[in-house]
Design a protein around this ligand. Structure first.
Ligand code: HPA
Length: 274
């Protein structure tokens, strides 16, 4: 089966399950952030495992559900839990969910993630609104797409990978929600190990603000098919070597638990304003 056939199969299944619900805004919740989703009405929860063509998430802290619902008149879909390259999925497969969302009607994608920070003004608990990224995964989900124009053009511009208008709204909303937020550049690594202190210093010199193991494959697939993106990277730790203690996934989950409440407040504003 081609990926296009796979996506069409998932779309047909989801349309049937949701009685043709057309989501406008999609949210992907990163590590430990699944509980940040505001209360949706007419909620329909569909486990990834039941969706034909979808992948399965295997990481603790990543619940695997697609949630459809309405927030103050806006049609929302949430990917509660995401897929990662380091789980062994090909980056190409990571595009399946994004292309499925696009085909269902999504126009705006809100991507959230836990990150390590290289900026002393962005300590744990702070939010980095992404203004750009550096793809250091040495991989690209769009390779081999030339026979599937439905997914968008092969060669496309990334001057504004992260939508300027949405960034402005997110910064204002963060201020309202009393969140320490700044714009910054996301540096994408494959993981699964955390970085070395020397790598962190190199990333910083290259112009990065935060580092993480996701976001970029999803953003590339979304931008290719014309979906606007807002990237929200929550700082759970300072980068290796800047942090005073060794890094761990447990720390990431523990820190995101402290973030859940303010992220929910932020999303309640964003779902209305975006
Ligand atoms: N590095 C990479 N990914 C991360 C980090 C980090 O320090 N913290 C949370 N996700």
């Amino acid at each position: 089966m081609t990926q296009l056939e796979q996506v069409k199969k998932a779309v047909a299944f989801l349309r049937k399950k949701t009685k043709n619900f057309q989501p406008e805004i999609a949210l992907i919740t990163g590590s430990g952030l699944a509980e940040s989703v505001p209360q949706l009405s007419n909620k329909i929860t569909i486990p990834y495992t039941t969706i034909p063509g979808f992948l399965r998430s295997t990481v603790p802290g990543h619940t695997g559900n697609l949630i459809f619902g309405v927030y103050k008149g806006r049609n929302i879909v949430v990917m509660q839990g995401r897929f990662h390259y380091y789980e062994g999925h090909s980056t190409k497969d990571l595009a399946i969910s994004i292309r499925t969302l696009k085909m269902l009607g999504v126009q705006k994608l809100l991507v959230s993630a836990a990150v390590g920070s290289m900026d002393m003004k962005l300590k744990p608990g702070s939010l980095c609104i992404l203004k750009d990224h550096i793809n250091f995964m040495c991989n690209n989900p769009l390779i081999g797409n030339n026979h599937e124009p439905e997914f968008g053009p092969m060669f496309f511009d990334l001057t504004e990978a992260y939508d300027k208008k949405m960034r402005k709204i997110a910064l204002a909303a963060s201020k309202k929600a009393k969140i320490n937020a700044r714009e910054g550049v996301y540096f994408a690594v494959t993981g699964p190990n955390f970085e070395t202190p020397s790598e962190i210093q190199m990333f910083k010199k290259l112009g990065a603000t935060v580092v993480g193991m996701s976001v970029v494959p999803e953003v590339l697939a979304a931008r290719q098919c014309g979906v606007s993106v807002l990237g929200m990277a929550w700082v759970t730790n300072m980068g290796c070597g800047i942090a005073k203690t060794p890094l761990s996934h447990e720390e990431t989950i523990r820190e995101t638990k402290k973030i859940v409440g303010k992220f929910k407040t932020l999303l309640e504003i964003l779902f209305v304003k975006l």
